[in-house]
Design a protein around this ligand. Structure first.
Ligand SMILES: [Zn+2]
Length: 118
């Protein structure tokens, strides 16, 4: 595999968490500009917007989570959430598919060859 597969919900969670840190960092920078109230207000507002948007993303994850399908991972045996047609396991990044047709396309040629050889 060329590209590393990661679970979509995990990826969005990491994005939301990084937004919180960016927000705190921007507000922290604002402390150094205490002498100029304009810059301090802008950085505080920007940081606040970042933190706000991260909570919006967390809310969005909650909405998405209701649309996910819980499946048992064939690789590690843990219950994981699958979002969309193809997603990765939350624990071991094993690629999983919800679409039986996609599964069939990958395995059909090998299956046919085996039959022909016999
Ligand atoms: Zn797994």
């Amino acid at each position: 595999m060329a590209a590393k597969t990661t679970n979509k919900i995990n990826r969005i969670r990491t994005f939301a968490l990084s937004l919180v840190f960016i927000g705190i960092f921007v507000m922290y920078i604002g402390i150094f500009f205490r002498s100029s109230p304009v810059i301090m207000t802008i950085t505080m507002l920007l940081g606040f917007i970042f933190v706000l948007s991260s909570s919006a993303v967390y809310f969005w994850i909650g909405m998405i989570s209701t649309n996910t399908v819980k499946v048992e991972c064939p690789n590690c045996g843990k219950i994981t959430k699958v979002l969309g047609r193809v997603d990765a396991c939350m624990y071991c990044d094993e690629p999983l598919t919800m679409d039986k047709e996609l599964e069939g396309k990958e395995f059909d040629p090998k299956y046919n060859k085996k039959i022909n050889q016999n």
